[in-house]
Design a protein around this ligand. Sequence first.
Ligand code: CA
Length: 497
Amino acid sequence: MWRSICTGVGLLMLSVAAARAAVAEEPKDTRPNIIFIMADDHGAQAISAYGSRVNQTPQIDRLAKEGVRFANCFCTNSICAPSRAVILTGKHSHVNGQKTNADSFDGAQQTFPKLLQKAGYQTAMIGKWHLKSDPTGFDYWEILIGQGPYYNPTMIRNGEKVEHPGYTTDIITDLALGWLDKARTARKPFMLMCHHKAPHRNWQPAPKFLTLYDDVVIPEPDTLFDDWAGRGTAAKTQEMTIAKHITKLDLKLTTPKGLTEEQLVPWNAYYDPIRKAFEEANLTGKDLVKWKYQRYAKDYLRCVASVDENVGRLLDYLDKTGLARNTVVLYTSDQGWYLGEHGWFDKRFMYEESFRMPLLVRWPAAIKPGMVNDELCQNLDFAETFLDLAGVPVPSDMQGRSLVPVLKGQTPPDWRTSVYYHYYEYPAEHAVNRHEGVRTPHHKLIHFYQLDEWELYDLVKDPDELKNVYSDPAYADVVTKLKSELARLRREYHVTD
Ligand code: CA
């Protein structure tokens, strides 16, 4: 009897060991794994690999040191849900149907996760989805509802509601690590989307990071007090200024909902003295804007600190399990962001800060470490890139191009020399007029077509885009050439009026 129990336990131990070994093994299929990490509203200027003046992101920087940093990646439409739809489909907003946040994504259409799943990849989507329809093309999905909260999120796991106590950025990473460790099968390559809510408005930090940056003054951007005199009507009539449009909730002058009693203790201990000091100071004018900027920037950067820490947790797991070498890790944000530049928060405009996306890619098995790439690329290219990595043919109706040759330092000679942009969400929150435009390495032409206003910027002489030179006779040839290029791009992408 005793012997048979021992044998049974022994067999059990053997089978557990065998199962562990199977999980730890590299997949037999040699196609690379893909981990697609995306933050929400993380501007490149808040990543130290991009030369941040305001913070350090040592974990995200590992991807730059060990992979490629793209210096010129741009979105096609600088707003959340539309960018996600472009990424899933490899098609511009007017083709995939998601022009604004108000639209609902048609999940029945072709997307890269579906194509990867069909090609034998195990697919998972964890975190912020922000498309009104349910995810399609995933073996496993667990998503925030809409924007989702920073604390104690209710998530939807394959259709069922699940409560998660804690800080959302940590939870999303916990779930991603749990899926990698327990749910995936070692026989198949995988594609895991780990998509954060942070650092989206209202910038609510993890309790552990509440005092980070407490003793420092965050440098102000040179354009914090921009009066937009050199720009057109759209810049002058937007509603996204730190001076007038940021709210008490944004600035933590009121307490957000959704925190537990336990979480409220450090929260109030931190913010109550700040509120009291603010009331006593009775600030006005530029002093008030400067105060708001500090409050806003610190909480935004604290949210980024959690994202950075959690990127490190994923990278450490890949190192520990031996998966790092043949796993492509891509870090990006759904668009860029104004961290006080031009006096703003939010995004939407084709101006540089919100137009540019951070893009860092690491793949030790195939790409050299420490490269910086200057080619013009877009979120329009991500679907094609993921498919190409997996050896899946890119459908001819996708509108971007695979970045895989670019990643390997072998940019095709006919690579694009301009990018197309189109923003649609107006009238809407923040009051940014509709516009389309074209950007080349040196210039940017924008058409605010509802206003019938054009703007041209010389990005080499005027990188902050402070002076619209559209009517300057010295730029007449540039205007002609860029209008022709804009028309060509409209034809290429089938844009109709
Ligand atoms: Ca966003």
